[in-house]
Design a protein around this ligand. Sequence first.
Ligand code: SAH
Length: 214
Amino acid sequence: MYRSGSDPFTIARGAMVDRLAAAGGFSRTVLDAMERVPRHLFVSEALRFRAYEDVSLPIGHGQTITKPTTVARMVQALDLRGGERVLEIGTGSGYQAAVLSELAGHVDTCERIGELYARARDTLLFDLGRTNVTLVHSGDFSSPGGPYDGIIVAAVAQDLPDGLFDVLVDGGSLVIPVAGNRGQSIRRYVKSNGRLFEDELGRARFVPLVSPMR
Ligand code: SAH
Protein backbone atom coordinates (compact mmCIF):
# COMPACT_ATOMS: atom_id res chain seq x y z
CA MET A 1 0.00 0.00 0.00
CA TYR A 2 1.24 3.51 -0.84
CA ARG A 3 2.12 5.55 2.25
CA SER A 4 2.22 9.30 2.38
CA GLY A 5 4.82 11.06 4.51
CA SER A 6 8.52 11.23 4.15
CA ASP A 7 10.37 10.35 7.31
CA PRO A 8 12.60 7.28 7.67
CA PHE A 9 9.93 5.56 9.77
CA THR A 10 7.02 5.90 7.34
CA ILE A 11 7.06 2.22 6.40
CA ALA A 12 7.46 1.01 9.99
CA ARG A 13 4.59 3.27 11.06
CA GLY A 14 2.39 1.97 8.26
CA ALA A 15 3.15 -1.59 9.34
CA MET A 16 2.16 -0.72 12.92
CA VAL A 17 -1.17 0.65 11.66
CA ASP A 18 -1.71 -2.42 9.48
CA ARG A 19 -1.22 -4.65 12.53
CA LEU A 20 -3.72 -2.57 14.51
CA ALA A 21 -6.19 -2.78 11.63
CA ALA A 22 -5.71 -6.56 11.43
CA ALA A 23 -6.31 -6.86 15.18
CA GLY A 24 -9.73 -5.28 14.59
CA GLY A 25 -11.92 -3.03 16.67
CA PHE A 26 -10.39 0.29 15.64
CA SER A 27 -12.07 2.86 13.41
CA ARG A 28 -10.37 4.10 10.25
CA THR A 29 -10.35 7.58 11.81
CA VAL A 30 -8.29 6.42 14.78
CA LEU A 31 -5.96 4.35 12.57
CA ASP A 32 -5.39 7.29 10.21
CA ALA A 33 -4.62 9.58 13.14
CA MET A 34 -2.02 7.10 14.39
CA GLU A 35 -0.54 6.90 10.94
CA ARG A 36 -0.03 10.68 10.99
CA VAL A 37 1.78 10.86 14.36
CA PRO A 38 5.55 10.20 14.31
CA ARG A 39 5.83 8.05 17.44
CA HIS A 40 9.62 7.85 17.10
CA LEU A 41 9.86 11.53 18.06
CA PHE A 42 8.38 10.74 21.49
CA VAL A 43 11.16 8.34 22.58
CA SER A 44 14.91 8.81 22.97
CA GLU A 45 17.08 8.39 19.89
CA ALA A 46 18.48 5.13 21.28
CA LEU A 47 14.97 3.61 21.29
CA ARG A 48 13.70 4.96 17.98
CA PHE A 49 14.25 1.71 16.13
CA ARG A 50 11.64 0.15 18.45
CA ALA A 51 9.15 3.02 18.30
CA TYR A 52 6.67 1.17 16.05
CA GLU A 53 6.66 -2.12 17.93
CA ASP A 54 3.58 -2.76 20.01
CA VAL A 55 5.40 -2.15 23.27
CA SER A 56 5.62 0.49 25.96
CA LEU A 57 9.12 1.96 26.20
CA PRO A 58 10.94 3.84 28.99
CA ILE A 59 10.85 7.64 28.78
CA GLY A 60 12.83 8.35 31.99
CA HIS A 61 11.83 8.94 35.62
CA GLY A 62 10.48 5.37 35.78
CA GLN A 63 7.66 6.26 33.35
CA THR A 64 6.75 4.74 29.98
CA ILE A 65 5.18 5.70 26.66
CA THR A 66 1.93 3.72 26.40
CA LYS A 67 1.94 0.93 23.81
CA PRO A 68 0.12 1.63 20.54
CA THR A 69 -2.74 -0.86 20.95
CA THR A 70 -3.58 0.58 24.36
CA VAL A 71 -3.48 4.17 23.04
CA ALA A 72 -5.73 3.12 20.15
CA ARG A 73 -8.17 1.43 22.54
CA MET A 74 -8.40 4.37 24.94
CA VAL A 75 -8.67 7.00 22.21
CA GLN A 76 -11.24 4.94 20.31
CA ALA A 77 -13.34 4.73 23.47
CA LEU A 78 -13.90 8.50 23.41
CA ASP A 79 -15.51 8.22 19.96
CA LEU A 80 -14.27 11.66 18.89
CA ARG A 81 -15.87 13.36 15.88
CA GLY A 82 -13.75 16.53 15.86
CA GLY A 83 -14.27 19.74 17.78
CA GLU A 84 -14.39 18.16 21.25
CA ARG A 85 -12.49 19.43 24.29
CA VAL A 86 -10.42 16.63 25.79
CA LEU A 87 -8.41 16.37 29.03
CA GLU A 88 -5.55 13.94 29.51
CA ILE A 89 -4.03 13.30 32.93
CA GLY A 90 -0.46 11.98 32.53
CA THR A 91 1.17 13.52 29.45
CA GLY A 92 4.26 11.30 29.71
CA SER A 93 5.96 11.51 26.33
CA GLY A 94 3.06 13.45 24.79
CA TYR A 95 2.36 10.72 22.22
CA GLN A 96 -1.24 10.04 23.19
CA ALA A 97 -1.89 13.79 23.40
CA ALA A 98 -0.64 14.06 19.80
CA VAL A 99 -3.03 11.32 18.66
CA LEU A 100 -5.90 13.02 20.54
CA SER A 101 -5.03 16.37 18.97
CA GLU A 102 -5.53 14.80 15.53
CA LEU A 103 -9.10 13.88 16.43
CA ALA A 104 -10.40 16.48 18.90
CA GLY A 105 -10.77 20.24 18.79
CA HIS A 106 -8.52 20.94 21.75
CA VAL A 107 -6.48 18.84 24.17
CA ASP A 108 -5.42 19.90 27.67
CA THR A 109 -2.82 17.55 29.14
CA CYS A 110 -1.29 17.55 32.65
CA GLU A 111 2.01 16.02 33.75
CA ARG A 112 3.41 16.06 37.27
CA ILE A 113 7.10 15.46 36.39
CA GLY A 114 8.66 18.72 35.23
CA GLU A 115 11.23 17.23 32.88
CA LEU A 116 8.66 15.06 31.08
CA TYR A 117 6.30 18.03 30.83
CA ALA A 118 9.09 20.15 29.28
CA ARG A 119 10.16 17.46 26.82
CA ALA A 120 6.59 16.75 25.71
CA ARG A 121 6.00 20.49 25.29
CA ASP A 122 9.08 20.76 23.04
CA THR A 123 7.98 17.79 20.92
CA LEU A 124 4.34 18.81 20.59
CA LEU A 125 4.61 22.57 20.28
CA PHE A 126 8.00 23.14 18.68
CA ASP A 127 8.83 19.96 16.72
CA LEU A 128 5.27 19.20 15.61
CA GLY A 129 3.79 22.69 15.77
CA ARG A 130 0.55 21.64 17.45
CA THR A 131 -1.64 24.65 18.12
CA ASN A 132 -4.56 22.81 19.75
CA VAL A 133 -2.70 21.31 22.72
CA THR A 134 -2.21 23.01 26.09
CA LEU A 135 0.38 21.38 28.34
CA VAL A 136 0.19 21.90 32.08
CA HIS A 137 2.82 21.04 34.68
CA SER A 138 0.64 19.80 37.53
CA GLY A 139 -0.14 16.67 39.48
CA ASP A 140 -3.29 17.65 41.33
CA PHE A 141 -5.84 16.95 38.56
CA SER A 142 -6.35 20.66 38.12
CA SER A 143 -7.65 21.31 34.66
CA PRO A 144 -6.90 24.50 32.80
CA GLY A 145 -10.21 24.59 30.98
CA GLY A 146 -13.28 22.55 30.74
CA PRO A 147 -15.79 21.18 31.00
CA TYR A 148 -14.55 18.33 28.81
CA ASP A 149 -16.31 16.07 26.33
CA GLY A 150 -13.72 13.37 27.00
CA ILE A 151 -11.12 12.62 29.67
CA ILE A 152 -8.36 10.02 29.54
CA VAL A 153 -6.28 9.13 32.58
CA ALA A 154 -3.02 7.63 31.31
CA ALA A 155 -1.88 6.05 34.60
CA VAL A 156 -3.47 3.40 36.79
CA ALA A 157 -5.65 4.61 39.66
CA GLN A 158 -6.29 2.85 42.98
CA ASP A 159 -9.43 4.91 43.48
CA LEU A 160 -11.43 6.98 41.03
CA PRO A 161 -10.42 10.64 41.15
CA ASP A 162 -13.99 11.84 41.77
CA GLY A 163 -13.30 15.49 40.93
CA LEU A 164 -12.74 14.58 37.30
CA PHE A 165 -16.42 13.71 36.88
CA ASP A 166 -17.30 17.29 37.81
CA VAL A 167 -15.44 18.63 34.76
CA LEU A 168 -17.02 16.07 32.39
CA VAL A 169 -19.98 17.27 30.30
CA ASP A 170 -23.21 15.34 30.31
CA GLY A 171 -22.86 12.75 27.54
CA GLY A 172 -19.06 12.78 27.94
CA SER A 173 -16.78 9.80 28.64
CA LEU A 174 -13.95 9.26 31.08
CA VAL A 175 -11.50 6.43 30.33
CA ILE A 176 -9.25 5.25 33.14
CA PRO A 177 -7.19 2.17 34.02
CA VAL A 178 -8.13 0.94 37.49
CA ALA A 179 -6.23 -1.49 39.72
CA GLY A 180 -8.19 -4.47 41.01
CA ASN A 181 -7.67 -7.90 42.55
CA ARG A 182 -7.16 -9.49 39.13
CA GLY A 183 -4.74 -6.83 37.83
CA GLN A 184 -5.49 -3.67 35.91
CA SER A 185 -8.48 -3.07 33.69
CA ILE A 186 -9.39 -0.09 31.55
CA ARG A 187 -12.82 1.29 32.36
CA ARG A 188 -15.00 3.79 30.58
CA TYR A 189 -17.55 5.87 32.46
CA VAL A 190 -20.20 7.64 30.42
CA LYS A 191 -22.05 10.47 32.16
CA SER A 192 -25.71 10.63 31.23
CA ASN A 193 -28.31 12.77 32.98
CA GLY A 194 -25.92 13.11 35.89
CA ARG A 195 -25.54 9.32 36.27
CA LEU A 196 -22.47 7.23 35.39
CA PHE A 197 -22.60 4.14 33.22
CA GLU A 198 -19.55 1.89 33.29
CA ASP A 199 -18.10 -0.62 30.85
CA GLU A 200 -14.79 -2.43 30.69
CA LEU A 201 -12.43 -2.11 27.73
CA GLY A 202 -9.94 -4.84 28.58
CA ARG A 203 -6.74 -5.32 30.50
CA ALA A 204 -3.60 -3.19 30.55
CA ARG A 205 -0.37 -2.40 32.34
CA PHE A 206 0.14 1.19 33.39
CA VAL A 207 2.46 3.08 35.69
CA PRO A 208 0.70 4.33 38.85
CA LEU A 209 -1.34 7.50 38.95
CA VAL A 210 0.08 9.56 41.79
CA SER A 211 -2.70 10.83 43.96
CA PRO A 212 -2.25 14.44 45.11
CA MET A 213 -3.63 13.41 48.53
CA ARG A 214 -0.68 11.14 49.33
N1 SAH B 1 0.11 8.48 27.57
C1 SAH B 1 1.51 8.76 27.82
C2 SAH B 1 2.09 7.86 28.87
C3 SAH B 1 1.79 8.28 30.19
S1 SAH B 1 2.68 7.45 31.45
C4 SAH B 1 2.29 8.59 26.56
O1 SAH B 1 1.71 8.37 25.52
O2 SAH B 1 3.51 8.74 26.63
C5 SAH B 1 1.79 8.15 32.76
C6 SAH B 1 2.23 9.55 33.14
O3 SAH B 1 1.33 10.00 34.14
C7 SAH B 1 3.62 9.60 33.74
O4 SAH B 1 4.43 10.48 33.01
C8 SAH B 1 3.38 10.13 35.17
O5 SAH B 1 4.39 11.02 35.63
C9 SAH B 1 2.05 10.84 35.01
N2 SAH B 1 1.27 11.02 36.23
C10 SAH B 1 1.07 10.14 37.25
N3 SAH B 1 0.24 10.68 38.16
C11 SAH B 1 -0.10 11.93 37.72
C12 SAH B 1 -0.94 12.99 38.22
N4 SAH B 1 -1.58 12.89 39.39
N5 SAH B 1 -1.06 14.11 37.47
C13 SAH B 1 -0.39 14.26 36.30
N6 SAH B 1 0.42 13.29 35.77
C14 SAH B 1 0.56 12.15 36.47
